[in-house]
Design a protein around this ligand. Structure first.
Ligand SMILES: O=C(O)C1=C[C@@H](OP(=O)(O)O)[C@@H](O)[C@H](O)C1
Ligand SMILES: C=C(OP(=O)(O)O)C(=O)O
Length: 422
């Protein structure tokens, strides 16, 4: 689907969509519990559906409540566990990397598969450690079958490729006989995503001990359902419209928790560093434009908001430097190449560096035709970039938004955005 946007500022209020990061975690914990759990998820997307589909095939029942279409009733996998389930992770890195160690702990010969760029996204550090702990892979990349139940023990992983390897192990290791330890080799990036996992696990009675070099996990723990849990609003999806408020006219977002541990809540302090004005209450967050100056930022803790921050940088005066961003190459697209291509096509100035990029902002962009790179965050960033453009913006492959935010263009229109589908 190609979309033509006629530039105009956005303004008004939208509600945050549910966080897929939170939903994946709550669904997995619920499926591993010994009692049913009801989960409030205020809307689905393709990645959440991928996790639901995999858990169903492992043996969980996941059904919409007859009383409320946003409540999903999850019955444990244990009631109907399958020996050889097929797990189609679609394009969801989280689904694959979270469920790999989990399914290897409880199913004998699962088959895992995926779509889009997923088979080419790295799993080798996790794979190596799983192989060293009794689990064989039929192939180095998707699709593959696993053989042999995972064993407890000492796991050693680099911390600078994906935090999702750690999250996956933290879901699985409490289920095993015997205690385990995960040691972090190298610096740990995206650490707040692991905090999100530890947080979700604690809601289900699972204890993880953090020490300076890693995590200690007692084996033989039981997931205990809290009965009902609620998925948080998504700071990552909200970052696009919060940015619209910063670079255009005021925008408000509802449904976001100020106490959330989601790393992408950093969008607020980063927009403030650029010069935006932000007012926050428990009900809503209002973002207003300001005088923007370029900043120097480290991308290692919040990789998913870097594409939209690169667009903010085009609005600023002077240079913005983005450092420690190499992990962006390992996402749904090579996001460093994709976002710099988008900025260049729209008439902005950007250059790639050895670990990120430098953007020379001058307040506005021209407009033009951009590729969405089959990547939801690139499509949404390009749509928000149109606010800075003088002429129309055509985005190819705009349907990629369904991965995390299927109603993105409906909310864009609700805020006054003007587009037609070509
Ligand atoms: O744990 C999670 O929910 C996520 C972790 C991050 O991945 P990496 O740790 O691979 O950077 C992030 O990019 C992804 O969108 C979601
Ligand atoms: C990278 C992302 O997700 P995942 O790794 O789960 O595919 C994302 O949503 O930006």
């Amino acid at each position: 689907m190609d979309i033509r946007i006629h530039p105009s500022p956005l303004s008004g209020t939208v509600s945050a969509v549910p966080s897929k990061s939170d939903a994946h975690r709550l669904l997995i914990c619920a499926a591993l519990s010994h009692e049913p759990t009801s989960i409030f998820i205020g809307g689905l997307n393709e990645d959440i559906l991928a996790t639901m589909g995999c858990l169903r095939n492992m043996g969980a029942m996941i059904e919409k409540s007859p009383d409320d279409e946003n409540i999903w009733m999850v019955s444990p996998v244990w009631d109907c566990i399958q020996d050889s389930p097929v797990l189609n992770c679609l394009e969801s890195g989280s689904t694959l990397r979270f469920l790999l160690p989990v399914v290897a702990s409880i199913c004998k010969t699962p088959l895992l598969t995926g779509a889009g760029r997923l088979p080419d996204r790295p799993i080798f550090p996790l794979q190596e450690q799983m192989e060293a702990h009794g689990c064989g892979f039929s192939a180095p990349k998707l699709p593959f079958t696993l053989q042999g139940i995972l064993k407890s023990g000492l796991y050693e992983l680099r911390g600078d490729i994906s935090s999702q390897f750690f999250s996956g192990l933290l879901f699985a290791l409490p289920l095993l006989d015997g205690d385990s330890e995960i040691r972090i080799l190298s610096s740990l990036e995206s650490s707040a995503y692991i905090d999100m996992t530890v947080n979700a696990l604690s809601k289900f009675g699972i204890r993880i001990d953090r020490f300076s070099g890693g995590y200690r996990i007692c084996g033989g723990q039981l997931y205990q359902s809290p009965g009902f849990v609620r998925t948080e609003g998504d700071w990552s999806g909200a970052s696009f419209f919060l940015t619209a408020g910063a670079i255009g006219k005021p925008v408000s977002l509802t449904g976001l928790s100020l106490k959330s541990v989601q790393p992408d809540r950093s969008i607020i302090s980063l927009l403030q560093r650029f010069g935006a004005e932000v007012q926050m209450t428990h009900e809503k967050i209002d973002v207003f434009p300001g005088t923007f100056n370029g900043i120097d930022m480290d991308a290692s803790e919040y990789p998913d908001i870097i594409p939209i921050l690169a667009i903010v940088a085009c609005r600023a005066n002077g240079e913005t430097i983005i450092r420690n961003a190499l992990r962006l190459k390992l996402k749904e697209s090579d996001r460093l190449t994709a976002i710099s291509d988008c900025i260049t096509q729209l008439g902005g100035k950007v250059r790639l560096t050895s670990d990120g990029m430098v953007i020379a902002g001058n307040g506005c962009l021209n407009g033009g035709e951009v590729d969405g790179f089959f990547d939801h965050r690139i499509v949404m960033s390009a749509a928000i970039a149109s606010i800075l453009c003088k002429t129309q913006v055509i985005i190819h492959g705009a349907e990629a938004v369904r991965k995390s935010y299927p109603n993105f263009f409906a909310d864009f229109r609700k805020l006054g955005g003007k587009y037609d589908v070509l």
